[in-house]
Design a protein around this ligand. Structure first.
Ligand code: C5P
Length: 406
């Protein structure tokens, strides 16, 4: 598994470095994530050498990868040692002003905190209230040990020994895995995600605003539920997750081919990708140039792309062995002057003839790129519509459990 070991800025950080060794010796992929003040106590090269991975403490590094989201999504477990009073106060407030706090605010992985501070700081009502809040969030906060502190005095607030933190964190992970029942073990799902790009010339394309977040959340949730997952993805703002089979397809036509090659014998296809309905009628081999002599602009003619969803539905009618058992479409709707989002969705479900249509209302503030979603799932049968609201991961899990129920 992939473990993030977070370090708060306290003297116990030097001792906590041995956690990196304990996790990597146990066969895990370890990422060290210090707060900027932890780097006053332990150096970046030490953390990189012990973890075998690059180390960063700021959200302003590796910005192009949206590193806090990437790290949060890849992590199976987050362990913070030492969790200082200040770091816990920031986490209790939901602050995200460094890479570690931003990652913790984003992750779905279990979070273990091993506090270390002076007794008075630990016993202060502010710290006690923050610990209570963190426990309410579901974080696992160890009680500090009693013993010698940084100065000559001793008392409660000493960081538990790294071996104890390691053992506790592993038991937290084991019980969280038991909670996440492998309900979809032995089932297979193909998910499409992201937005296609329809090339105009070697440098230009027609694209759309899909971030790929909902499709990636579906792939992650399906993996966590034990399914065999194929993610066919076009262009996305988020990285494809580990532990799933990934196929990249840039344009609608490439995506169509990838879908047809991968759906035979699969239990479910979920078409969450934003596939362009049209593409330029012709592709210019060389970059289209503007005229130096007049202001004329080229006219772009478009042709229809194949509707992949409909094609898979007809394939299932003709050659069921080449098609998935259940087919789920997505519809991003804005509503119109005369019809509601739901009415448009119902008409689309009838047209597309898929088994389920997950409708999300999109607009400037909703849907695209957001971390939360609101889905209404319509079924081709008479069963009532289901409404799911929450993080894209929680919505994904609910949708999967609904459409893949035995
Ligand atoms: O018709 P509309 O584009 O709104 O339908 C959306 C659904 O159809 C999505 O599931 C999308 O992945 C799928 N689709 C497709 N092929 C297209 C366009 C959309 O499979 N050319």
């Amino acid at each position: 598994m992939r473990v993030i070991v977070g370090f708060g800025g306290g003297i116990a950080a030097y001792k906590a470095t041995s956690l990196l060794r304990l996790f990597s010796k146990d066969g895990h992929d370890v990422v060290a994530m210090p707060t900027p003040s932890a780097l006053e106590f332990v150096g970046q090269p030490t953390l990189e050498a012990l973890s075998g991975n690059p180390v960063s403490s700021s959200v302003f590094e590796r910005v192009e990868e949206v590193n806090h989201v990437r790290q949060a999504e890849l992590a199976d477990l987050v362990v913070v040692a030492p969790a200082t009073a200040d770091l816990m106060a920031r986490l209790a407030m939901g602050r995200a002003n460094d890479l570690l706090s931003a990652t913790i605010l984003t992750t779905h992985a279990p979070v273990v905190l091993a506090p270390a501070m002076h007794t008075q700081m630990w016993e202060h009502p502010a710290t006690q209230a923050n610990v209570a809040t963190l426990r309410e969030f579901g974080y696992h906060v160890l009680d500090p040990a009693v013993g010698r502190l940084t100065g000559p005095d001793s008392g409660s607030g000493r960081m538990p020994e790294p071996e104890e933190i390691f053992g506790f964190a592993m038991s937290v992970k084991d019980s969280s895995q038991k909670d996440e029942k492998k309900t979809l073990q032995g089932r297979s799902v193909v998910i499409t995600a992201g937005g296609t790009r329809e090339p105009l010339d070697p440098v230009r394309y027609l694209g759309n605003r899909s971030s790929g977040k909902q499709g990636v959340a579906l792939a992650e949730a399906a993996r966590a539920l034990g399914a065999d997952v194929t993610l066919i993805h076009a262009h996305m703002e988020v990285p494809a997750p580990d532990g799933v089979r990934c196929v990249f397809a840039s344009s609608a036509e490439e995506l169509r081919n990838a879908v047809l090659e991968n759906v035979a014998d699969k239990d479910v296809l979920i078409m969450a990708a934003a596939v362009a309905d049209f593409r330029p009628a012709s592709y210019e081999e060389y970059k289209i140039k503007k005229s130096e002599t007049d202001d004329a602009a080229p006219t772009i003619s478009l042709v229809r792309n194949p509707d992949i969803l409909r094609e898979v539905v007809s394939l299932r009618e003709q050659q069921p062995e080449l098609a998935p058992e259940t087919i789920v479409g997505f519809a991003a709707e804005t509503g119109s002057a005369t019809q509601s989002v739901l009415e448009l969705g119902e008409a689309k479900l009838r047209r597309k003839k898929c088994d389920y249509l997950a409708i999300n209302e999109v607009g400037e503030q909703r849907g695209f790129g957001a971390d939360d979603n609101h889905l209404t799932v319509l079924a081709a049968t008479a069963e009532p519509a289901q409404v799911y609201q929450g993080s894209k991961y929680d919505v994904a899990k609910a949708l999967l459990l609904h459409v893949m129920r035995p």
